[in-house]
Ligand binder design. Sequence first.
Ligand code: HEC
Ligand code: HEC
Ligand code: HEC
Ligand code: HEC
Ligand code: HEC
Length: 204
Amino acid sequence: MPVGVNKIRNRGFAPGSIMSLIRIFQKHGVKLFVIFSLLGGIAYIFGADTKYQGYAPDQPIPFSHKIHAGELQIDCKYCHAGVEVSAHATVPDQGTCMKCHSVVGGDSANIQYLRQTYKQGVPIRWLKVHDLPDHVKFSHKPHITRGLDCVQCHGDVAKMDKVELTNKFTMGWCVDCHRQETTQSYKPGNNQTVKITECGTCHY
Ligand code: HEC
Ligand code: HEC
Ligand code: HEC
Ligand code: HEC
Ligand code: HEC
C-alpha cells in the first residue's frame, strides 16, 4: 500500500473519500502539478505538428504569388534562386523586386513602402510559412534534381494570393513518400534511395 494512503488512514480518513483526495492534494499538490505538467509536455511534443496544415500568416507586404507566378508567369527560380543548388530555396531581397518595381506600381502604398525600405537598406521581415524543427535535415537540392515539382510539396502556389501550408510537413508525410520511392525503386540498384527511410537521413 502506498505510504501516503497509509498515513491518511492512520489519521482517520477512509481511503476512498473525497476528503482523503483533498488531503492528498494539500500534501502533494506541488508534486502532482509537476508530474501532470511533465506528462502534458511530453504528450504535446509527440502530438504536435510544427505548423498546422492551412497555416497562412499575413506578411508585411501582401505579396501575391497569384499575380507574380500566376498572371505574370515569373519562374519560381527567378526569386527562389537557391532551390536547385542548396538546402534552402531562399526568399528574395528587395533588389529582386526592384528590378520591376523601381518602374512598376508606384501608385500603390505597398510599392512605396517597398521602395522606401530598399532605399534605407532595411530588409523586409517575411514570416516563415514552412519551418521544420532544427533536428531535421532537409534539402531541396536532391528533391529537385530527382525531378520532383514544387507542387508536390507546396501545392499550386501560383494560384495563391497568400502562401499556405498545403501538406502536413510531419515526419509521417516525409516518410510516406520516401517509402513509396523505395518500393517503386525506379532507379534500380540505387542504394541512395534505399537509405532514405533511415533515421539518419533526415535527423542530425
Ligand atoms: C517575384 C518573386 C517570386 C516568385 C516569381 C515566386 N515567389 Fe515564392 N515567395 C516570394 C516571396 C517574396 C516570398 C515571401 C512572402 C510570402 O510568403 O508570400 C515567397 C514565399 C514562398 C513560399 C513560402 C516560404 C516560407 O516561408 O515557407 C513558397 C513555398 C514559395 N514562395 C514557392 C514559390 C513557387 C512554387 C513559385 C513558382 C510557382 C514561387 N514561389 C514564385 C517571391 C516569389
Ligand atoms: C520534397 C518536397 C519539396 C519540394 C519538391 C519543394 N519543396 Fe520547398 N520546402 C520543402 C520543405 C520541407 C520546406 C521547409 C524547409 C525548412 O523549414 O527547413 C520548404 C521550404 C521552402 C521555402 C522557404 C525557404 C526555405 O528554403 O526554407 C521556399 C521559398 C520553397 N520551399 C520553395 C520551393 C520551390 C520554388 C520549389 C520548386 C522549385 C520547392 N520549394 C520544392 C519541401 C519541398
Ligand atoms: C518581373 C517583374 C516583377 C518582379 C520581379 C516583382 N514584381 Fe511585383 N508586380 C509586378 C507587376 C507587373 C505587378 C502588377 C502591377 C499593377 O497591377 O499595377 C506587380 C504587383 C505587385 C504588388 C501589388 C501592387 C498593389 O497594387 O498594391 C505588390 C505588393 C508587389 N508586386 C510586390 C512585389 C515584391 C515584394 C516583389 C519582390 C519579392 C515583387 N513584387 C517582384 C511585377 C514584378
Ligand atoms: C514527394 C516525395 C518526397 C517527399 C514528400 C519528401 N521527399 Fe525526401 N526524397 C525524395 C526522393 C525521391 C529522394 C531521393 C533523391 C535521390 O535519389 O537522390 C529523397 C531524398 C531525401 C534526402 C536524402 C538527400 C541526400 O543527400 O541523399 C533527405 C535528407 C530527404 N529526402 C529529406 C526529406 C524530408 C525531411 C522530407 C519531409 C520534410 C522529405 N524528404 C519529403 C522524395 C520525397
Ligand atoms: C524522411 C525523413 C524522416 C525520417 C526517415 C525520419 N524522420 Fe523523424 N522527423 C522528421 C520530421 C520532418 C520531423 C518533424 C515533424 C514535425 O515537426 O511535425 C521528425 C520528428 C521526429 C521526432 C520528434 C518528435 C516529433 O513528433 O516532432 C523524433 C523523436 C523522430 N523524428 C525520430 C525519428 C526516428 C527514431 C527515425 C527512424 C526510425 C526517424 N525519425 C526517421 C523526418 C524524418
